[in-house]
Design a binder for this molecule. Sequence first.
Ligand code: IGP
Length: 271
Amino acid sequence: MTELNLPFNQPTILDKIVAQTREDLVQKKKRHSAADFRSFQLYEAPRRDFKAGLRKEGCIRVIAEVKKASPSKGIIREDFDPVRIAAQYDEAGAAAISVLTEPHFFQGDLAYLGQIRPEVSVPLLRKDFIVDFYQIEEARAAGADAILLIATVTSGAQLSELLHAAKEAGLQCLVECYSRDEFEALRFSEVEVVGVNNRNLKTFEVDLHRGLSLLAEAPNEVVKVSESGLSTPHDIETVLEYGVDAALIGEHFMRQPHPGDALKRLTENFS
Ligand SMILES: O=P(O)(O)OC[C@@H](O)[C@@H](O)c1c[nH]c2ccccc12
């Protein structure tokens, strides 16, 4: 993908996050081998069906996100209690909860998954930058039901291998892409849930219609998720007009005093 508005050869924020993730992995592997995760209590817990809740004809399904900070916005919510926020989302009818676990750029924590899990009934998506099989075992041990795989970060054979490994580990995947090239390179025989990020992770620009037009091209049997920058009933109406099943929403909810009420208000006419 060409980014004409970026200086040549400058590392993007995404490059930096992935480099940091790889560095962290070196340290983590010294502490635990992937096989060690098998002895974690949550490793054997039954998984919740992420995909099943994401499609309801004529309704918007919401993956509500627990996110303290982001590289584009800095701290989004000072008063951040991940378990309380997740419980509100669950009560407000979220189809799933996305939990940022990346620590350096999003101030996330892997431990949030295990803390949230017993307090909610819906599936949990681990939102992180997965580049290694190790992180799949780690996600299972931490209590995730599904993981995000980002086509901008991992594509082709590597993406297929991670998808396969996740399936083996009993985890479902949300495969996120940004560009048309990434979208067209996806093997829809392997991808059950596809997301298009409306925000360019390199420049942070948001373009809802660009993302939705791409999603509309996905095969019928694939669950479609519109991600990022959604905040108004008009946005939700637009998402539904494109035949998209679910919306992934973080910042808008996290900026409201009561994120659960914000979710109810946003979806009351579409559920
Ligand atoms: O907070 P927003 O604009 O509602 O967006 C949520 C989610 O789509 C966004 O956090 C996100 C989408 N893809 C990602 C990949 C990594 C980290 C974060 C993301």
